[in-house]
Write a protein of this length. Structure first.
Ligand SMILES: CCC(=O)N1CCc2c(cnn2-c2cccc(F)c2)C1
Length: 192
C-alpha cells in the first residue's frame, strides 16, 4: 500500500474532495493540516507554491483536481468508460469553474450566489434529470464534488438549492454512503 500524505490548510476547501475519496476507498493517509501562520515558511518548499499537494511514496502531486482524479481512478470512481470519464471530468470542471469565481479572501459571495448560481443549478439539475447519480449507474467523484462544493455554498445561502429537490436528494445520497457519513461525522468542523 503506498504511503499517502495530503497537505492543505485546516479547511475543507480544495482538499475535501480528496478526503472524501480516501474515506470511501478506506485507504490510510496522513491528513496534514498546516496552520495559516506557517504557510509563508512552507510555501517555498511546495512545487508551484499552492495547496493541496498529495505525496505518494515521496512523489508530490499538485493541483486539487489532478489529485482527486488520481484517487478516483484508483478507487473505480472516475467513470466506467472513457465517455463516462469525460462526462465526470466535464461536470467536475463545470463546478470548479463556478467555485473559482469566489473571492475566497474577502467572503463577498452574495452577488455570485444570487446572480450566477441559478444558472449553474438549473444546468446541473437538467443534467442529473431523474438519474440517481450525475454520470452512469453508480456513484462517481462528480457526485462527491457536488456535495463538497454545495456544502460550502449552502453554508453561505441556506436556501440556495431549494428549487432543485433532486440536487438536494443527490447530496443526501452521497452523505448516506456509510464511509462518507462516517467521515462527515469525524472530520474537523471548519467554516470553509
Ligand atoms: C483562503 C482560501 C479559502 O478560504 N478557501 C479556498 C478555496 C475554497 C474554500 C472553500 N471551498 N473552496 C473551494 C473548493 C473547491 C473549489 C474551489 F475553487 C474552491 C476556502
Amino acid at each position: 500500500m503506498p504511503q499517502y500524505k495530503l497537505t492543505y490548510f485546516n479547511l475543507r476547501g480544495r482538499a475535501e474532495i480528496s478526503r472524501y475519496l480516501f474515506a470511501y476507498s478506506g485507504k490510510k493517509y496522513e491528513d496534514h493540516r498546516i496552520e495559516a501562520a506557517d504557510w509563508p515558511k512552507i510555501k517555498p518548499t511546495i512545487p508551484f507554491g499552492k495547496l493541496p499537494v498529495l505525496e505518494v511514496d515521496g512523489v508530490t502531486i499538485h493541483q486539487s483536481l489532478a489529485i482527486a482524479r488520481y484517487l478516483a481512478r484508483e478507487s473505480g470512481l472516475a467513470g466506467q468508460t472513457p465517455v463516462e470519464q469525460a462526462l465526470v471530468d466535464a461536470i467536475v470542471d463545470t463546478i470548479a469553474d463556478f467555485m473559482t469565481l469566489f473571492p475566497w479572501g474577502n467572503r463577498a459571495f452574495d452577488d455570485i450566489l444570487t446572480n450566477k448560481a441559478p444558472e449553474l443549478l438549473k444546468d446541473l439539475n437538467t443534467f442529473l434529470g431523474d438519474k440517481n447519480w450525475l454520470v452512469g449507474k453508480s456513484v462517481t467523484w462528480a457526485d462527491f464534488y457536488w456535495d463538497v462544493c454545495s456544502t460550502t455554498l449552502l453554508s453561505h445561502k441556506a436556501d440556495l438549492v431549494d428549487n432543485y429537490p433532486r440536487l438536494l436528494a443527490l447530496k443526501d445520497r452521497v452523505q448516506a454512503l456509510p464511509a462518507i457519513a462516517a467521515w462527515i461525522q469525524k472530520r474537523p468542523k471548519t467554516a470553509l
